[in-house]
Structures are given as structure tokens and as C-alpha cells.
Design a protein around this ligand. Structure first.
Ligand code: UDP
Ligand code: MG
Length: 341
């Protein structure tokens, strides 16, 4: 009886879960589903597609409801507002049941056809199969330069190497996903977390095309904050730099002070001291503010973490059983009637 029961449980577990974060993606959804579903059908494995609607304000919600009605393997989580891509991915990974999980962007910049290769490598025994961009030709010049600088700084400072040119598009084994699910920090830089958990990895190269329709959901300010999350989340090197900078300035000030005292003793009073005073005051003030700012970046993040708020709030969902829903505590107080089955 136990065996029968476990066989039944196994039957409801798909081989593959595809996790798709979506924010205002109505323009790409029809082509996205057509291409993804064709690819998955050709693979001949059981699958589910988990769509995390990250507070979209366009027709995404309606299109997802239609997609679920057409094929119940398309499951939907609707957030109560926009929480950002990293959190949307987290919710998807929390709810994915597959033996292997693949996060993918909705804009077809991650070619779904590559999943076939991912699965092959996974069957060879790799627990993480990483999609690596062979070039960044589809990025703007500014994004190419800033991404290069970021990975250079990041990999100098962080204690774990984060592969440059790899995005979130990858395959992860169930063991990796279960490990990640235990990491509940708020400042989520998923690429860093993926690298941090480790496991047996291999890479698959691909050329990343332009977004198929609609526009990018990230602006430069967003990317800058994201980079700060990445660096502060994986390295305390800026704090060391701040400490050294402080000691260096203090030492210089002592030496300069000694020089001034000596000069006063040897050559008498030197009335005009405006320049040296201003230089010292401004320089020290600048250093202090910089160091305080760095401290503040870390302190602010510590504050965010200590509040222990849920990472996301699900407003409604399509395609989950009541057990699935109760297994995850981060729901709105009154889940809406959209909750089906
Ligand atoms: N995305 C999201 N929430 C956001 C911003 C983006 O779920 O707040 C999703 C978006 O719908 C897409 C993926 O994250 O599926 C990547 O976004 P985008 O293509 O805009 O980023 P880019 O490729 O320009 O880095
Ligand atoms: Mg994109």
C-alpha cells in the first residue's frame, strides 16, 4: 500500500518545472507560450510551467488565466504588487515540484530550445547546468561596459566566484532547489545565491538574442541598486576599505600635524593658514561621509533582514491543490477566489 501510495505521489511530480517571472509581458506572452510549449512537447517529458505574475498592470493576468484554462500544466501565482524579478524567481522555486527546475525570462531572450541540451547534461549527472552567453552583442554599449566592470569588482571582492555572462537561465536539480529554498535572506541576488550553494556544475554556451517584444523592465538606477545588493550581499570588502582609508587619513593627519608644530617652533607664527585648514577640513569631512555611507549601506540591509517580513505576498493563484497552498505560508490574508482546483 505504501508503494502504491508513493507511486501515486511520484506520478504527480513532473520531470521538469519551468519558472517564468513576468512583469507587464502581455506583448510577448502569446509567442512565448507557443515556442516554449512546442519545445517542451518535443522533449517528451512531463512538465509544469510556473508563471509568477509580479504585479503586472497590463493584460498579463488575463492572458495567464486563459493559458491556464487551456492547459492546467500552466500554473499561475499572482503577487499582490511588484516585488521584483529576484523575488518572483524565489516564489517560483518555492512552488516548483519538478525533478529539475529551469528559470527562464518571458521575453524569449533565453531560447527555450536550449532546455533540451540542459536536460542531456543533467542526465549525465550535472546538478547545475549553466547557460552562458557567448557574447553581449544584444546589449547596449553602456550595459556591456558596466556589466564587465561589475563582474570584475564583484569577483575581486566576493569570496565565491560569480560567473560573468551567466544569467538566471540554467537547469537546477531538485537537491539544489531544495537547498536554495532554505535561504530566506531578503537582499536576493539570485546569481550569487546560485553560485553560493555550489554543486556539480557545467556550462552550455548560447547567443542571447534581443528582447522579442515590449521593453526592458530595468533602468540604470535599478541596475545600480542591484549591483550594490550583489556586492554587499557577498562581500564585506568595502568595510575593510573604509577602515584602511580611515587609518590612512588619520596617519597623514598626524604627520601633517607634527610638521606644522615643528614649523611653528622653528620659524615662529604663520598667520595665513586658510588653505591648509580648508584642505584638511574638506578632505576629512569627505572621508568621514564616505565611510559613514558605506556603513549605512550595510546597516540598512541588516535592518531589512531583521524585520523578517515575508519575501512576497501571493494575492491569488491558479492550478494548485489546497495542500500546495497551505505548504507555503506567504499568502495574502484572504486569498482571492482565483484560487482554483
Ligand atoms: N521581471 C519581473 N519583475 C520585475 C522586472 C522584470 O518579473 O520587476 C521579469 C520580466 O518580466 C522578464 C524577466 O524578469 O521575464 C527579465 O526582465 P527584462 O527582460 O526586462 O530584463 P533584461 O533582459 O532587460 O535584463
Ligand atoms: Mg530581457
Amino acid at each position: 500500500m505504501t508503494r502504491g501510495h508513493s507511486r501515486q505521489a511520484a506520478a504527480s511530480i513532473p520531470t521538469l518545472s519551468v519558472v517564468v517571472p513576468m512583469f507587464n509581458e502581455e506583448a510577448v506572452l502569446p509567442t512565448f507560450f507557443a515556442r516554449l510549449e512546442k519545445t517542451l512537447a518535443d522533449l517528451g517529458v512531463t512538465y509544469e510551467i510556473i508563471c509568477v505574475n509580479d504585479g503586472s498592470r497590463d493584460g498579463t493576468h488575463r492572458l495567464l488565466a486563459e493559458a491556464h484554462a487551456r492547459d492546467p500544466r500552466i500554473r499561475v501565482l499572482n503577487f499582490s504588487r511588484n516585488f521584483g524579478k529576484e523575488i518572483a524567481l524565489t516564489a517560483g522555486l518555492d512552488h516548483a515540484k519538478g525533478a529539475a527546475v529551469v528559470p527562464i525570462d518571458a521575453d524569449l531572450q533565453d531560447p527555450p530550445e536550449l532546455i533540451a541540451t540542459f536536460l542531456e547534461r543533467w542526465r549525465e549527472g550535472y546538478e547545475v547546468v549553466l547557460g552562458v552567453r557567448q557574447n553581449r552583442n544584444s546589449d547596449t554599449w553602456a550595459k556591456r561596459v558596466s556589466a564587465k566592470a561589475f563582474y570584475k569588482v564583484m569577483n575581486k571582492m566576493a569570496r565565491i566566484p560569480i560567473p560573468a555572462n551567466a544569467g538566471d537561465f540554467r537547469l537546477m536539480d531538485r537537491r539544489v532547489v531544495d537547498t536554495l529554498r532554505n535561504v530566506r535572506e531578503r537582499q536576493r541576488f539570485m546569481k550569487g545565491l546560485f553560485a553560493w550553494v555550489g554543486f556539480r556544475q557545467c556550462e552550455v554556451g548560447y547567443v542571447r538574442p534581443e528582447r522579442s517584444a515590449g521593453s526592458s523592465k530595468f533602468n540604470y538606477w535599478g541596475l545600480w541598486s542591484f549591483a550594490l545588493d550583489g556586492i554587499t550581499g557577498y562581500s564585506t570588502a568595502p568595510l575593510h576599505v573604509a577602515a584602511y582609508l580611515g587609518s590612512f587619513t588619520a596617519l597623514t593627519a598626524v604627520l601633517y600635524g607634527a610638521f606644522l608644530v615643528l614649523r611653528r617652533l622653528l620659524f615662529g607664527t604663520d598667520v595665513p593658514g586658510y588653505t591648509s585648514t580648508m584642505v584638511a577640513v574638506l578632505f576629512l569631512g569627505g572621508v568621514q561621509l564616505t565611510v559613514l555611507g558605506i556603513l549605512g549601506e550595510y546597516l540598512g540591509r541588516v535592518y531589512e533582514e531583521t524585520k523578517h517580513r515575508p519575501l512576497y505576498i501571493i494575492d491569488s493563484a491558479l492550478g494548485w491543490s489546497p495542500e500546495d497552498l497551505s505548504a507555503c505560508g506567504e499568502w495574502a490574508a484572504n486569498p482571492q477566489p482565483d484560487v482554483s482546483d
